[in-house]
Design a protein around this ligand. Structure first.
Ligand code: ZN
Ligand code: CU
Length: 496
């Protein structure tokens, strides 16, 4: 054996109870689980008192470019994440020409020369394999990107030819091994798509196993209609549904998650596969452009606009604005908040990213406790500024604060929501589980010490309590230090 981890309390990802045993790794896979006393190994790790779990799967990431720009992906592997699902919220990696529109959002527009060039999703997946990051990458086809490619930012429905072009991008992606299709219906150009357009595209996936993941049209007072739309797209398209970052945003919408969860339960009772993901914070984060557009056009997709609660996370041209609320900035500039926000967008474009304090802690717990909820960071990997701490802390915060301290979940359930459950939903074969033959994506952590320590003020901090992380059998984190290894690969879904 290459490696034997001895005496850990093993949470195998299935959600069942943990057991103390040994886990052996050979040739990138888990070779044995049980009593391995006397088994010889190149490396033996004494894990008594520690928890061993499958590596965490971040089902909601925006690391499409980050895997090339920061291939060690320390902010993810540092919290035990071994697989990222990229392409969320309609922001896909291909076609490349359209995907470039998002570079500024990720603070990466000045780093474009360090990206490889790809054309379609075949090329993107191949580029990941050619120059792999430290973690595995599964890919969603982004609706926004394909719509931009087919018809620009036009505020109308597609012609038959434009719809066919979007369908073609999606079909090519699915053939290449993408795991589904994502929308971002508060963002340009996704917000101009009606339900029929999305059903037509969902139908392209029917029978492939690919899922429909959606940043819904409204997470404020219109939450329930938005959930109903997502479910109907899944039902009429014949595909599973993943509701992204399930939440109720802004005070007027607080408490609606009870009813949105009931809608999900009702759909499941009808036989529709609907699940959701969540990041464990009461603040969201997005592009200021989207917030300003919602305010100017009177749409409630991001919830009511409270400029006191909207804080600039990243403004690459004006770092002095970072950490200030829009209301604060407006007062200093002697403008109305909306004017100040518009001014920031005009000078920073998509580079202006904000943190929005908009959720109720009780709602966060209600959603987390529900068995349909997985964990996804929604981290925005801006190279500049102070990103939302979810980028560094999501998984540790669920395991430490919400599980150990607050008992919102049991530890076996929490691990399941980060591993076996997403692996099944996203079709990641032999991942998210500790069993003989599975890929050796593993995280060894101290359940008594795991804590997120990334804060809004100081977000770029790795969690405590993560002891070791392996991706495909190779160590990427060792006692708080990145090993420099990059054993990740592109994960391709097998159709059928
Ligand atoms: Zn989103
Ligand atoms: Cu997102």
């Amino acid at each position: 054996m290459d490696l034997v981890i001895r005496g850990a309390t093993v949470y195998d990802g299935s959600g069942g109870p943990a057991r103390v045993c040994d886990v052996g790794v050979s040739a990138q896979r888990i070779a044995a689980v049980g009593d391995l006393v006397g088994e010889r190994a190149a490396l033996s790790v004494d894990a008594a008192g520690l928890a061993l779990a499958p590596g965490f799967i971040d089902v909601h990431s925006h690391d499409d470019f980050a895997v090339f720009l920061t291939p060690e992906m320390d902010f993810k592997v540092g919290q035990g994440v071994t697989t990222d699902v990229v392409g969320n919220c309609g922001l896909g990696a291909a076609p490349f020409g359209s995907a470039r529109a998002y570079l500024a959002f990720f603070g990466a527009d000045r780093r474009e020369e360090s990206l490889p060039v790809w054309d379609d999703y075949v090329g993107y997946l191949d580029a990941v394999d050619a120059d792999p990051p430290s973690l595995n990458v599964a890919v969603l086809v982004g609706h926004g990107t394909s719509r931009l490619d087919a018809m620009g930012n036009d505020r109308r429905g597609p012609t038959d030819g434009e719809l066919a072009r979007m369908a073609d991008t999606l079909a090519t992606g699915l053939d290449a091994g993408c795991v589904g299709f994502s929308t971002g219906l508060i963002y340009e150009p996704g917000r101009y798509a009606n339900t029929e357009e999305l059903i037509a595209l969902a139908r392209v996936m029917a029978g492939t196993g690919g899922l429909y993941a959606t940043h819904m049209r409204d997470e404020g007072i219109g939450l329930l209609d938005a959930v109903a739309e997502a479910i109907s797209i899944g039902e009429q398209g014949g595909v599973p549904v993943q509701i992204s970052h399930h939440k109720a945003s802004s005070r007027a919408a607080w408490g609606l998650v009870g009813e949105s969860l009931a809608l999900i339960e009702a759909a499941r009772a009808r036989g529709t596969d609907v699940t959701a993901d969540q990041y464990p914070y009461t603040a969201g984060s997005t592009s200021l452009f989207a917030v300003v557009q919602n305010a100017e056009e009177g749409t409630s997709g991001v919830g009511d606009t409270d400029w006191n609660a909207i804080v600039i996370a990243s403004a690459p041209g004006h770092p002095e604005w970072e950490g200030h609320s829009i209301a604060d900035l407006a007062a200093r500039l002697e403008r109305t908040p909306q004017d100040a926000a518009r001014m920031v967008v005009d000078v920073e474009g998509y580079g202006a990213v904000v943190i929005i304090h908009s959720m109720d802690e009780a709602d966060v717990r209600t959603v987390m406790a529900h068995p349909t909820t997985m964990i996804g960071s929604d981290g925005i990997p801006t190279l500049a500024g102070k990103p939302h701490p979810r980028l560094y802390g999501t998984f540790a915060k669920v395991l430490g604060y919400y599980t150990r301290d607050e008992h919102v979940l049991s530890l076996d359930q929490a691990v399941h929501r980060m591993t076996g459950m997403p692996a099944a939903k996203f079709g990641l074969a032999d991942r998210g589980i500790i069993k003989e033959g599975a890929w050796a994506d593993l995280v060894l952590f101290d359940p008594t010490a795991i804590d997120d320590i990334a804060t809004y003020e100081s977000p770029r901090r790795h969690p405590s309590g993560i002891r070791r992380v392996w991706v495909n059998g190779t160590a990427v984190m060792h006692e708080g230090h990145h090993t420099g290894e990059r054993p990740g690969r592109a994960l391709r879904r097998r159709v059928g």
